[in-house]
Every structure is written in structure tokens, then in C-alpha cells.
Ligand binder design. Structure first.
Ligand code: ADP
Ligand code: MG
Length: 838
């Protein structure tokens, strides 16, 4: 008898060989096949009349083959098949379609799916006949098609293919033993036969209690009472309805995955995720942490170092954080606040609470530049201050990967002895060598740059011996405060950070003026340089950001945004120059061009149209460099501007491949005002804080992600001076150039809005959850049916139900069913979602 766990090779029409092919796609059991859901449906019960269709939309049409022809064209063979339905026709066109030559026979019924376009010959004919364009003649380029079975043929699966709503599956790849592709049609039959077999195993009328789902081939996974309350179908019914919808199911619901059947499957997946997160959060609350106290001495310590009046929002979140720290359970809190909202001082205050309680504090930053900056500002903030509890100055240490070995070992010893109270560093802090004597608080700045896995690693770090409250000798967990300036859309926050408590700084420090944001193109570069000169003359400083470190041979761009150039697979370079920054380009992207870098001034051109060289270039070269324009890089532009358009200004160069010392020196010079214009890469994206800088120029802005540019923009507007963000695109022209419609939308959104949350939502829509943070290792669970962009409402429901279930299970639920839910969570879901804590 088939069960969900039955290997696919035992399924009718599958067998060993196909099973092997399926295994490479992760499909090993009947359950895996079941969860390969249709990605669209065709209504072949009520096929649409051709005359009712509107061009420009996707359409599925059933018609009969009127004729077909293989044409020779200059660009190769082209196959045309005319599909007819009464007077209406659709011309289906396949380029390089020789393989279709003998596929269609006149009179055959065929279903096609594709984008409907008005046919030129149809329009000409309509014009002659004096009709409108609605003569019911269309064309479809490269449509998907299925030849429908002949109803009269008793061997055909006619009932599966016609006269019903038909599921369409994404191909699983692979072929059958006789070489046929594992098409949608194949999938449909396989799934159908599984249902048939399951049905024959559970004959209606056989003694089978409806309360108990034990022993059913498709066991129920959610308590029936819960399903009833939420109006969701059973698992078996849902699977069946998703694969073979009942006649009459609204097509819009099917296509948007919002039928009750879809919602049930999505709910299940998200419910167990949220339940796992909820459980984790509850478990954390049961663990031993440190109950810090806030004596008058602690308050005094905080007050004496505050450089300004905190905003109301800063006060509120500090209150939330300190309330957590006072509890004997470990804190797990995420502090969100738009860039420039002033998270650092809040973190420093929290650090002082721990330090005054005799504990050590670790502050982790994703880049050396940022770690160093925090170190310097902590030193500045605490210099001269005397700790009320020890009567001594505070002891601060910096630990990064690039320190020389001796310094590193010495610092590690200080950490181990408890001699360093406040340790600031990069991921080097996580290495096991940095054993703390008494770690009480971990602060992770720009936490999203680390990825969730690292977050877990850090949290598991051996904690301190408890010195107060609690069981003596028991190891306690440090408090963890994560901070992020990338506002996290709620759907992601619920899935990625569902186990954390969240605080939000929703107010900017006083005196900020909005940053003027403008778009410009490289043709106007001369004006941009002129503007920079004026600002510098007024005593201001500027950032100039490029996507690449070096020139065309550079395969390690410091860009964490896989750009949306359709003909470039952005994923084939895993190189990255900064921790947490995934490279977004393929090396071949830059290798085509032989154009030299950018020369500023009105004569600069990239298209080649006005250069005399054009006529001498072969058409092929022309094509190559118009397709793949060269990108300007920080190093090249630094050299070029220094002696060119920005001659006379003091320029500095900063990127991830410089040594830590060089980076530090350059940053310090910029902070002091010894550098006017800092030419840089995305290393300055996070955290960097220089109040006098008032201009941010992002070159090749079309290549950057939305959240990323918002972060960059946040580097300016930190002082009282009016600030500017200039988004310069590589090529003017909205299409055909390097500015895709998506990039265009991003740039316009930035000009229109300075609200990080708004921009983050748009970014999520554009990039999808997996790419939102720009790194792939965000620890986002792999969903089988859920889609975070689509299923927001179900996610909220799942979260609420998970909280409710964990807090006080419904009295209507039998205890055995409650236990079953917990057991299921443990067995199956925790592993899948990576929720297991070793
Ligand atoms: P972020 O939240 O992006 O990390 P920072 O902590 O770097 O922001 O703060 C941005 C700037 O605002 C810093 O220069 C900081 O000194 C300043 N700042 C923070 N809070 C206040 C405040 N309450 N009043 C005035 N300036 C503030
Ligand atoms: Mg910061």
C-alpha cells in the first residue's frame, strides 16, 4: 500500500530510472511528489473563446490545429502552427522549431499557453475589411502546448486532460526510460494514479473512524478542531484539491494560491515554523541568564558619559533593553532603527549597565572599519570617565582578524583574565580563542550582515559563571542585543527573527534636515564634480561610492546586490571582499569591454555613437561593448579624478582590500577633515559616522540594491548642514541601457522616500525574501508551499495560532492531538527549519 513515505520508484509510471532522476531534484517519496504543487492551472472545462481575449495578457486557449508550416528565415527555421476556434485563430510561433515539424496533425485538439499578441496579418486583414483590430486573430510566441487526447480513444486519459481544471507543473527535469521528458502531463498522471491507489486502499464504507487519522495513508498533521475553527480542509482533501481542483473553483483563487486547500497547506508550513520559533523563545526564557541591577551607581555611570539628550525613542528602547537585562533570563532582543536614528549610544548605555555589574561586554561589527570606528568612539565617550563601581577608568579592547599575532594574543589574554571590560571587534570575536572570563552582554551591530547562522553560533558561546541570583556554578547565557539599520519587513521579521523581542527607534535625533536626493547620469558628471567642489569650498566633505574596487579585471566587486541584467546569471561568482557581502557579479561581466574608463566632461560617451572609432569597429565589437558597458571602479576613479576633474581637492581611497592599518588611517583622516572626498566601495555602507560629510554620490546606482542605497544615503545628513545624495547612473535612457525598469523603480523610490521601512517593503517585493539581505546565508527557511511575498495574511494567522497554541492549547483539543503537534514539530519541522539547538 502506498504511503507518504513510500519511495517514488514504487509509484506507477515511475520506476527505478525515473526515481533516480527525480532524486536529483530532491523528490524521493510520495510526499515529495505531492508537495510539488502545480504552479498554474488551465480551465479546460470552460475554455475561453478566442474572440473574448485581450492582447497583451497571458492566456490559455484550446483549439484545433488548422495547419502548420516550417519556414526558413534569416535567423533560422521558424515553425508556425495555426490554432482555430470557429472564426478566431491564433498563430503559434516557435523559433528554431524544426523539432515540431511532425508534431501536429490537422484537426487535433491542442491547449496552448502564452502571451497573446495581436497578429500583424490579422490587423492588416481587419484594416482591409474595415473592421477594428478585434477580428479574433492573434499570435503567440513560443507558447507552452499540450496535445489533448482524443475522447474517442479508450486508452487516453481524456478525463485528466480535458473537461476539467487541469494542473500545470513546473518540469522536474529528467526523462522517462524511453526518453520522453517528465512533462506536466506526466506529473499529472503520476499524481492522479497515486490518488487512485490511495482511494482504493481506503474504500468508502470500510470501518475507518473519522476522528482518528491514525493509519490513514495521508496522516493529518493539524488538530481537526483547529482546522474546523479556522475553516480549513484536512490535509488529504487539501492535497487532492490543490492537484485536481473541483469544477467551479474560482480560477483567480487557484492562480493566487488562495483556495482553502492552498491556504491549508501554507498554513501548516508556517504554523510549524512559528511554533518552533515560539518554542525556542520560550525555552530561552527558561534558561539561566544574569539579572543585572540598575543601582544609582549604574545610572550615574550612564549619565556622566551621555554626550547629548537622548530622544524619546532612544529612552524608550533603552528602557526595554534594561528591563530585559534585569531579568534573570537571557535577553534576546533586536533593535531596529533607521540609519542615523542613533542606535550606537543606546548600545553603549546597555554596555555600561553590564560593565558596572562586573560583566564583560562584546560588541561585534561586520567590518573592520566599523569595529574600529566603534572602538574609537567608545574610547572617546568613556575617556576620562571613572567607573563608579571600580573607581577606575574603563578598559576597552579592539579585536579584529587583521591585528598582528602578538597584539591579538595579548588582547585574548586580557579578555580571558577579565581585564578587558568592553571588547569591540569583528567576527574574530567569535573564534573560540576569544574566551571571555565573564561575558554578560553581546551586542551585534548591523546584525543582518552576519547571517542568522552566525547569530546562533554567537549565542551558543560559553557564558559566564553566574555570580548572582540563580544556581551557583551553573553556566549562564549572555544577554544578546542585535541591532540592524535595515528595517526588516514584517514578513521577514516574523520568519527570521520570530524568536526575538523587537524594539524600534522610530524617531530621528533633532536637527536633521531631509537629504536632497537626485538622479543624474554619467553624461552630467561634470556638473556633479562642480557641485562637489562647491561643497568642499564650503567646508563640507563627500563620499563617492563605486560598485567595484578595481578595474575591469576585478572579479571581487564589493556589491551585495545581484543586479537584474537578464542575460547575466548573477550567481556564478561567490567571491566577496567583505564578510557578509556576497559578490553580485560574474567575472565575465567585465571582461568584454575594451573601452577605457570614464573621462568626465561633456565629450564623454560610452555608446560609441559620436566617437570616430565607431566606424572602424566591427559590428561584433560594437555589439559587445554596447551590451556590456564597463563599470567604473573606486581605484580607477580615484586615480582619474585626483589628476582630473577633482584636481586640487584632497582625495582618499577606501576599500575592503586595503590593510586594516591603511583603512584605519584613511578613516581617521576623513573624520578629522584631512580628506575632502572619500572615494570608496560599499565598505562604508554600514555604520560609518562622519557628521561633516554632506554629499553622497553613488555611481552606477543602477547596480545597487534599494536598502543598500538607503544605507549609503544615511552616511550623510548627520550634521546640521543641508545634505545631498546624488544617484548617478551608468547610462542614460530608461531602456536598452544598463538601467532596467526595476533599477529605474528603485532609483525613483529613493528620490521619493526617506522612510527605511517603506523602502524595505519595496526592496523585498523586488528582490524576494532570499535576496533581501543581499547574502544567501540568511538562514531563511526553505518553504515547500509558502511564499513570503504572497502569503502575508496566512503568516500572521500562523503566528497568532502558534502563540495561542504554545501559551494555552485550546481546551477543545484532545491532549493526544496536542502531543501529536509537539511530536511532529520535533521530528520533522525543527530540522527542516534549522531550529534545532545542539
Ligand atoms: P545608527 O542608528 O545609524 O547607528 P548612530 O548611532 O551612528 O546611528 O547615530 C547617528 C548620529 O546621530 C551620530 O552622529 C550620533 O552621535 C548622533 N546622535 C544620536 N543620538 C542623538 C541625539 N539624541 N541627539 C543628537 N545627536 C544624536
Ligand atoms: Mg550604527
Amino acid at each position: 500500500m502506498l504511503e507518504l513515505t513510500t519511495p517514488v520508484k514504487y509509484v506507477k509510471r515511475v520506476g527505478e530510472r525515473v526515481a533516480a532522476a527525480l532524486a536529483t531534484r530532491g523528490v524521493e517519496t510520495v510526499e515529495d511528489l505531492f508537495y510539488h504543487l502545480p504552479f498554474r492551472y488551465e480551465d479546460r472545462l470552460n475554455p475561453q473563446p478566442i474572440a473574448s481575449l485581450t492582447p497583451g495578457a497571458m492566456a490559455s486557449i484550446i483549439g484545433e490545429v488548422r495547419g502548420s508550416v516550417l519556414l526558413r528565415t534569416r535567423s533560422g527555421p521558424m515553425f508556425e502552427m495555426t490554432l482555430g476556434q470557429g472564426l478566431g485563430t491564433v498563430k503559434c510561433i516557435w523559433f528554431h522549431g524544426s523539432y515540431l515539424k511532425d508534431r501536429f496533425k490537422a484537426g487535433q485538439m491542442v491547449a496552448v499557453y502564452g502571451k497573446l499578441e495581436p497578429s500583424r496579418s490579422a490587423m492588416a486583414a481587419a484594416a482591409i475589411a474595415g473592421q477594428g483590430a478585434s477580428a479574433g486573430r492573434f499570435k503567440m510566441i513560443q507558447p507552452q502546448f499540450e496535445i489533448l487526447p482524443d475522447r474517442a480513444d479508450p486508452d487516453s486519459d481524456a478525463t485528466l486532460e480535458i473537461g476539467r481544471i487541469v494542473p500545470v507543473y513546473e518540469s522536474l527535469g529528467g526523462t522517462t526510460p524511453w526518453g520522453a521528458k517528465l512533462t506536466s502531463k506526466w506529473m499529472r498522471r503520476v499524481v492522479w494514479s497515486i490518488f487512485e491507489e490511495l482511494d482504493s486502499a481506503t474504500t468508502p464504507g470500510a470501518p475507518c473512524s473519522t476522528e482518528s487519522t491514525m493509519g490513514l495513508p495521508v496522516p493529518e498533521t493539524l488538530p481537526p478542531a483547529m482546522l474546523a475553527r479556522l475553516g480549513l480542509p484536512s490535509r488529504m482533501a487539501a492535497l487532492r484539491a490543490v492537484h485536481f481542483p473541483e469544477a467551479g473553483t474560482p480560477m483567480v483563487d487557484l492562480m493566487s494560491a488562495s483556495t482553502p486547500a492552498h491556504r491549508r497547506l501554507i498554513f501548516e508550513e508556517l504554523f510549524y515554523l512559528e511554533l518552533g520559533l515560539e518554542l525556542k523563545r520560550r525555552r530561552m526564557r527558561e534558561r539561566a541568564g544574569t539579572a543585572f541591577t540598575t543601582s544609582p551607581a549604574v545610572r550615574q555611570a550612564i549619565k556622566q558619559v551621555l554626550p547629548f539628550h537622548p530622544t524619546a525613542a532612544q529612552k524608550r528602547v533603552l528602557g526595554e533593553i534594561v528591563a530585559d537585562m534585569r531579568r534573570p533570563q537571557p535577553m534576546r532582543r533586536l533593535l531596529q532603527g533607521d540609519v542615523g536614528s542613533g542606535k550606537t549610544i543606546v548600545a553603549m548605555q546597555a554596555a555600561l549597565v553590564a560593565i558596572e555589574n562586573g560583566a564583560q561586554v562584546a560588541l561585534m561589527a561586520p567590518t573592520e572599519i566599523l569595529a574600529t570606528q566603534h572602538y574609537l568612539s567608545a574610547r572617546k565617550l568613556l575617556s576620562g570617565a571613572i567607573s563608579p563601581s571600580t573607581g577606575q577608568p574603563y578598559k576597552i579592547a579592539l579585536l579584529t582578524g587583521s591585528l598582528d599575532d602578538r597584539t591579538k594574543r595579548e588582547t585574548q589574554r586580557r579578555i580571558m583574565r577579565g581585564d578587558a571590560q568592553f571588547v569591540i571587534g569583528t567576527h574574530a570575536l567569535q573564534e573560540d580563542k576569544a574566551d571571555f572570563a565573564n561575558l554578560g552582554l553581546v551586542i551585534v551591530d548591523e546584525q543582518h550582515r552576519f547571517g542568522v547562522q552566525q547569530r546562533f553560533k554567537l549565542m551558543r558561546k560559553p557564558g559566564s559563571e553566574r555570580s548572582d541570583g540563580g544556581v551557583p556554578g551553573r553556566v549562564s547565557d549572555p544577554d544578546v542585543l542585535s541591532m540592524t539599520a535595515t528595517p526588516i519587513p514584517r514578513t521577514l521579521a516574523l520568519t527570521l527573527y520570530g524568536d526575538l523581542d523587537v524594539s524600534v527607534i522610530d524617531e530621528m535625533p533633532p536637527g536633521r534636515t531631509p537629504i536632497v536626493t537626485r538622479r543624474t547620469t554619467e553624461e552630467q558628471a561634470a556638473e556633479v564634480w562642480e557641485f562637489l567642489r562647491k561643497q568642499v569650498a564650503q567646508g563640507r566633505q563627500a563620499y563617492l561610492v563605486y560598485p567595484l574596487i578595481e578595474g575591469s579585471k576585478d572579479d571581487q566587486p564589493e556589491l551585495d546586490f545581484p543586479h537584474d541584467d537578464p542575460d547575466d546569471s548573477a550567481s556564478d561568482s561567490g567571491a566577496s571582499a567583505e564578510p557578509g557581502v556576497a559578490a553580485g557579479f560574474s567575472p565575465r561581466q567585465q571582461s568584454h569591454s575594451n573601452l577605457r574608463g570614464f573621462s568626465p566632461g561633456p565629450s564623454a560617451t560610452r555608446s560609441g555613437k559620436s566617437t570616430p572609432a565607431k566606424s572602424r569597429k566591427s559590428a561584433k565589437t560594437e555589439k559587445l561593448f554596447t551590451e556590456k558597458p564597463k563599470l567604473r571602479s573606486a581605484t580607477e576613479m580615484y586615480d582619474e579624478l585626483r589628476t582630473g576633474a577633482l584636481k586640487g581637492l584632497r582625495l582618499g581611497l577606501l576599500h575592503g582590500r586595503l590593510s586594516a592599518d591603511d583603512k584605519e588611517v584613511t578613516m581617521a583622516q576623513f573624520k578629522r577633515g584631512d580628506i575632502d572626498v572619500l572615494v570608496s566601495t560599499t565598505v562604508i555602507e554600514v555604520g560609518v559616522d562622519v557628521a561633516n560629510a554632506s554629499v553622497m554620490v553613488i555611481d552606477h546606482a543602477e547596480r545597487f540594491g534599494l536598502a543598500q542605497m538607503h544605507q549609503h544615503r544615511g552616511r550623510v545628513g548627520r550634521g546640521a548642514a543641508k545634505s545631498y545624495c546624488i544617484l548617478m547612473t551608468g547610462q542614460s535612457g530608461q531602456s536598452g541601457g544598463s538601467v532596467t525598469p526595476q533599477a529605474d523603480a528603485r532609483l525613483n523610490a529613493l528620490v521619493a522616500s526617506q522612510n527605511g521601512f517603506e523602502l524595505a517593503e519595496l526592496d523585498l517585493q523586488q528582490r524576494g525574501p532570499g535576496e533581501f539581505f543581499g547574502t544567501r546565508q540568511t538562514g531563511l527557511p526553505e518553504f515547500r508551499v509558502a511564499n513570503l511575498l504572497r502569503d502575508k495574511a496566512v503568516l500572521e494567522l500562523a503566528k497568532a495560532e502558534a502563540e495561542r497554541f504554545a501559551a494555552r492549547p485550546d481546551p477543545a483539543l484532545p491532549p493526544a492531538e496536542i502531543d501529536a503537534v509537539w511530536a511532529r514539530l520535533k521530528q520533522q519541522w525543527q530540522r527542516r527549519y534549522g531550529l534545532i539547538e545542539a
